[in-house]
Design a protein around this ligand. Structure first.
Ligand code: ERO
Length: 311
């Protein structure tokens, strides 16, 4: 079975990687991802300065997924850039993604300038969808602001850039965001970040299960899969063909990976399930994906990628 694929000029052994935020905050975790069966990986979304994040408990695994309000704990962009520059020296052909976010537009531009001036030439993922910083709305729900940020960013940022999007729930919003994105030289979108501001209740204690923001947090895992697939499909149908879509959300099995690919994903990220199972999850998902492809008579991903049928 051939699970190989390409992401632009990078030949990859398969289509799997972590979702930013999971198993990628520490260099030791990044090294474990590099050594795992994941084809590539992304660093924890970074701010310019290190952050401790929100008070604990701030993450909870649930029977149907997870809820988190981490609040962007990270070691600061220079920490991740130093790792990425060193990794590229060791293995120049290895594809790695650098995720970043700013609390202000000027922080975003300062970070992009730092990446532009660095020797890191992989993909940069601009996260416009963090749901968990108190008082800070998700940028990508503000269409005019997203447009303004991209217009300014591309005046100086010349390296490959992707955008991490929040889930949208209305066809008019898919249309509006795709129309903006299609006007810029972005390389990919990543759908979806967690579904923002869910509330999970513990029946026994009659309390919320996480502490920050009164228990409100981003939902991930199995419960978000249908929303993730809809976003992958909706953007694949609307974006220029040269803009790739990375599928993230609800991947717990090889069947889920297959469905993301079928809806048009070029790569598939694993978040909640990676948190629950550790990096061994990638081998299991690949074994399951290969079994499904064999049963269906597919020899390669290209034979079914993006070919969802409608009734
Ligand atoms: O709270 C976080 O650090 C966080 N959680 C998410 O579910 N998505 C994010 O994008 C994010 C921080 C950027």
């Amino acid at each position: 079975m051939n699970l190989a694929t390409n992401f632009f000029d990078y030949p990859l052994e398969n289509c799997l990687m972590n979702a930013s935020g999971v198993h990628c905050m520490e260099v030791s975790q990044l090294e474990e991802l590099a050594a795992s069966m994941a084809a590539t990986y992304v660093t924890k979304t970074a701010t310019m300065a290190p952050r401790l994040g929100n008070p604990e408990p701030r993450y909870r695994d649930l029977p149907q997924g997870s809820i988190n309000s981490m609040g962007l704990p990270n070691h600061g962009l220079p920490y991740y850039l130093a790792y990425l520059e060193k990794a590229a020296e060791k293995e120049p052909q290895q594809l790695i993604f650098c995720s970043l976010v700013g609390m202000t537009t000027s922080e975003i531009f300062a970070e992009l300038k730092m990446v532009q001036e660095s020797s890191f030439n992989g993909f940069t993922e601009l996260n416009l969808s963090c749901p968990n910083v108190p008082g800070k709305p998700q940028v990508a729900y503000d269409f005019a602001l997203t447009d303004k940020i991209l217009a300014e960013a591309f005046t100086f940022f010349k390296k490959p850039l992707g955008i991490k999007l929040p889930p949208y729930f209305d066809l008019a919003h898919f249309d509006e965001m795709a129309e903006i994105l299609n006007r810029y030289p972005i390389k990919y979108v990543n759908c979806i970040n967690s579904i923002g501001n869910g509330l999970v209740v513990d029946l026994a204690t009659e309390a919320a299960v996480i502490k920050p923001k009164g228990g409100f947090g981003g939902l991930g895992g199995a419960m978000v899969k249908a929303t993730a697939l809809a976003n992958v499909r909706a953007f694949r149908e609307r974006l220029r063909p040269d803009i790739a879509v990375i599928g993230t959300g609800g991947v717990t099995s090889g069947a889920d990976v297959f469905e993301h690919l079928l809806c048009g994903a070029s790569l598939v990220q694993v978040g909640t399930q990676l948190h629950q199972e550790g990096p061994a999850v990638f081998q299991r998902l690949l074994t399951e994906l290969a079994a499904i492809m064999k049963e269906k008579g597919y020899q390669s991903i290209a034979e079914f990628q993006g070919k969802l049928q409608t009734l």
